[in-house]
Design a protein around this ligand. Structure first.
Ligand code: NDP
Length: 328
């Protein structure tokens, strides 16, 4: 039996459960291809799956995003061939030398885009895409408040929101990160670690409030984010980097101005091949045309997966973290 190196989680817990193990190399079948993984993206969802906040059956190989080269395809697989450069997200298994990937989540990577950039862009880029195009359709004239704007999703979201003509107010924790956010195009940055972002947003909007808040921070920002909105504004809560939001009464939405609230998940915005191809096509085209810049913060070896996730959790990063499973 041939084997490979992979991170395999046998129990939920801290970063120490991310140990390299030698496990059987998977193979392709009628609906999956076998990919040699060049780069795996590190995402907050990997942390939630590691700790058990999102429960996967144990054991499992983590890593919800990757890019690499197709090594083998199953008999009835159509549209992909050995040698194709591909990327995927929203299925586990990327923290490994080889991944068995369902064709339904696989996209081809244009020649002009490196596999590192593809792995860095896909999950967070598709997320930013559905947030501005579908959760709330941003248009010129809208004002958006974007939290954690120097993060992986954040930097892409700011650039996409600006490209659609919105006025962007963005929060982040340090001046260094704020400089990156302004470089990405934000009109105003607020250091929400030392400044009251509600008061600052009200001042910046002349007391009117914003049309939409994109909030991935969760517990520490949620209630004040609602109060940043205009009457009938849209609250998009799409993450909980500071912890899960406490249960609350829908009556609060009426009190704060008949607000709308959505808690979306990328999986529901990649419903079928057509929707995935549309979003990935627009994402890759904007990277190829130099309209969207993907910032890679740092790259880790497979055995450093725990270090990578700890870095993401520690708020010290700006942009994307990658793992190269070929380096043990
Ligand atoms: P980020 O790179 O944005 O990292 C998280 C950032 O959150 C930190 O850098 C930090 O930025 C900010 N933050 C604020 N408070 C805390 C805290 N207490 N602990 C840690 N971080 C904090 O991560 P990603 O881009 O990978 O993901 C961002 C969020 O989006 C995650 O919550 C993730 O789950 C969610 N997400 C949701 C998806 C969906 O479809 N629903 C899809 C993809 C991601 P700062 O220092 O500036 O405060």
């Amino acid at each position: 039996m041939s084997t490979m190196n992979a991170i395999e989680i046998h129990e939920f817990g801290g970063a120490n459960v991310l140990a390299v193990r030698e496990i059987p190399k998977p193979s392709a079948d009628s609906s999956h291809v076998l990919v040699k993984v060049e780069a795996a993206g590190v995402n907050f969802i990997d942390v939630y799956q590691r700790t058990g906040l999102y429960k996967n059956p144990l054991p499992f190989v983590p890593g919800m995003e990757g890019a690499g080269t197709v090594e083998a395809i199953g008999e009835s697989v159509e549209g992909f061939a050995p040698g194709d450069r591909v990327a995927w997200c929203m299925t586990t298994g990327a923290y490994a030398e080889y991944a068995k990937v369902p064709t339904r989540v696989l996209v081809k990577v244009p020649d002009a885009i490196s596999l590192d950039i593809a792995a860095a862009a896909l999950l967070q880029g598709l997320t930013a895409h559905y947030l501005v195009r579908s959760s709330f359709e941003l248009k010129a004239g809208h004002t958006a408040l974007i939290h954690a704007a120097a993060g992986g999703v954040g930097l892409l979201l700011v650039q996409m929101a600006k490209a659609l003509g919105a006025f962007v107010i963005a929060t982040t924790s340090t001046e260094e990160k704020a400089a990156l956010v302004r470089e990405a195009g934000a009109d105003h940055t607020i250091l929400y670690s030392s400044q009251d972002f509600l008061e600052a947003t009200r001042t910046l909007t002349g007391g009117t409030g914003v049309d939409v808040v994109y909030d991935s921070v969760g517990a520490s920002t949620f209630t004040r984010s609602l109060r940043c909105l205009k009457p009938r504004g849209m609250m998009v809560t799409f993450g909980q980097s500071s912890g899960p939001i406490e249960p609350f009464s829908p009556l609060r939405l009426a009190e704060y101005g008949s607000l709308f609230l959505t808690r979306p998940n990328l999986a529901h915005y990649l419903r079928d091949r057509q929707e995935t191809d549309w979003r990935a096509g627009e994402l890759f085209a904007s990277i190829e045309q130099g309209k969207l810049h993907v910032r890679v913060d740092s790259t880790y070896a497979l055995s450093e997966a725990g270090k990578a996730q700890t870095a993401l959790e520690s708020r010290g990063t700006a942009g994307k973290l990658l793992i190269h499973p070929g380096r043990i």
